[in-house]
Each structure stands twice: as C-alpha cells, then as structure tokens.
Design a protein around this ligand. Sequence first.
Ligand SMILES: [Fe+2]
Length: 403
Amino acid sequence: MQRASLQQELEEARRRTDGLFALVSPEAMYGRPIPDRHRLIFYLGHLEAFDWNQLCRWTLDKPAFHASFDQLFEAGIDPAVGTASSDTPSDWPTIQEVEGYNVRVRQEVDQALEQVPEEMVHVAIEHRLMHVETTAYLLHHLDSSEKQAPLPTPLSLNGQAPSEEMVEIPEGSTSLGRCRGEGFGWDNEFREHDVFVPAFAMNRFKITNGQYLQFVNEGGASPALWKRQGEQWMLETMFQLVPLPLSWPVYVTHQQAQAYADWKGLALPTEAQFHRAGYGTPSGVDQQFPWGTDFVRTTFGNFDFQGWDPKPVTADPEGTSTFGVAQLVGNGWEWTSTPFHPFEGFNPLPTYPGYSARFFDQDHYVVKGGGPQTAGRLLRRSFRNWFRQGYPYAHTSFRCVKV
Ligand SMILES: [Fe+2]
C-alpha cells in the first residue's frame, strides 16, 4: 500500500476521533461515563500518546519531549470490574495541556511516518479506529446534557420484526485467521487454518428486542440500554430515548445471550460456525465477505459510520450470506461461544505484546462481524474482537444455533 494513502487513512481516523471529542462538553471530559473505564480526558491524550510511543519512541528511538504524558496516557483498556483507579478530576491535566501535547505529537508522527515500518502505521490507524468505536460506547452512556448531538440521522423505527426462522448450513470446512501475505493483521489473526464444521442450523436474523422482550417478561435480565418508563420499555439510543424498537437487534452481554439461548434450548455459535455461515460457500471456498468479494459498500450492511444506531434486522438484504443468513457483518457485533484464545502460531507484536495476550482467559469471548461504528477496514474476515462476558456497554448482538 502507498505511504500517501496510509497517511490519508491516519488523517481520516484522526478526523473521526476529533469529531467525537468535539461532541462532549468540557466538564464532561473529566467524567467517567462507564465506571470501569477511564475518564474521557484519558482517551483524549491516549490516542496521541499511543502513536508517539509506538511509532516514534519504541520503533524509531526518538527522545521524549513530555515523558510524564507519554506514561500517563500510555495504556488503559478494559480493567477488571471493580478495579478502576480511584483518581479524581484534579489529578488530570487541563484540556489545553493535552491538546498542546497532541499537536506536537501529530507533527512528530507525520514527520517520522516515512521511516516507520508500514506495519506500525497500520497499527496506529487501526488502534485509533477501534477507539472510535469504544469512544462511541462511552459517549452512548454519557448523559444527554453532557453531549451535543451532531446533525440528526433519522432512526429506522418502524421495521417489521421477523419470525425466528432457522437456516440449514451444510457441513463443510471454513477458513479462520489470516495468511501472512494478505496484508496487515493483528497478532491474534495469525495463522490461517481450516476448520471442519458439521451441519447445523442458525437463526436467519439477529435476535430482536421484540424476541428478547418475551424472555425478559419471563424473568430474563434486561439489557443495559433498556429503560423502564411506567409500563413501557424504552431504548437509550445514542442521542435520545425512544420506545423500544422491536425490530432492532438486541444488544446484550454474553451472559444474557447465553441465558436466552438456554431458555430456547439452543446454543450460541462457535467462531467456526460463524465463519461457515457467513463466508462459506457450497464449493468449499470461503468468500471475503458474506456478500462476496467486493469491499465494503454501504448497501451491504450497517457499518462504517453510516449512523449511530441499529436498523431493523431485515435491513440491507444485499449483505446476506451465500447460505442465506442476514446481517452477519454490521448492525452489531455478534457473540460467539468461543473463548478468546490464540490460534496456533500466535506471535505477539514486539512493541505491543499485551494487545491480545492480556485477554486470553476464560472470561473474554470472541465477537465477530461489526457494528454501526465499526470502520470499513476492520470488517475483514479474519478480524477478531472480544469482550468480557459480563460487559454490558458494547454494541453486541447475537443469534442462536441448533446442532
Ligand atoms: Fe488504546
């Protein structure tokens, strides 16, 4: 890939993160909309500190110009529940101080970009794009008085909720992971390998709010974004409270998805079943995307910043997979029953050894697909995301399988 186009991608990703922080009131930058995560001010400094540390300090051995900020903003992902630090707003620098640091970092990074190995530029771009999505979760949980809605994007509230139909997926092999020659991938995507998947059946559509409501009415736990208003359930969308859209995918934790599957006498799909249903073909050769080989086009699904919120589960039928499963990519990540573990041949990135390895336990599960705020370049087949099984803040949907 040309350096100039990578530079452009980095700038575009910066515009995304700048645009998100611009929605937040200055006072709210010192708040913590999700108790288990850092104050927002941390993320304002983190994106630049990451690029500076990774590309300039650790790869090119450049001397620090603000060592305390390099360290303060270095890392902070998903601490275990209840272990968030006990800092106070006054422990943090002013927004102006952080913005001054950011300006200098961008100058330094841009000047150094030609000398940095291409892989590290991809690391910077994708790290930032992943933070676009996690920042969107954070802002989702910010009180509406503390954020400013951008130009309104209309919500598709009136779709029909489909029935809970299952699609038969024939047995066959599917390919997981990424081949070394295919281009950039994170450590956890390697190595590519084939897995044989026995026949199974899968929900054609994601489980909707309407279907999940029946489970809640029988005692199931309600999702974090559902709010009770008198007798009615409402949904906290990114910028407003609306009556629960029954045709939208429900966003739940892994524990809630598993409980629903148990209630139905079904299971959550494994990562390999997701791949087989999403990318498999009768010929046995996997496609790059459920809809074929074209790169992302907006009519294929709800992703790549088209909107802030979900659409009905029947939207974007052009994105349906060869075996007839809808919306496997876009409109919400999908939980799998596969704990997040390394593939054979896993090698951590030397400058970022903890990216995946810190999360290889029995508490984090693989999620696949992508949501409304997932960047197009993260929709590649081999990309793996993961969350703690009780994590209630992400845009994670699900569907069930029957073996
Ligand atoms: Fe980060």
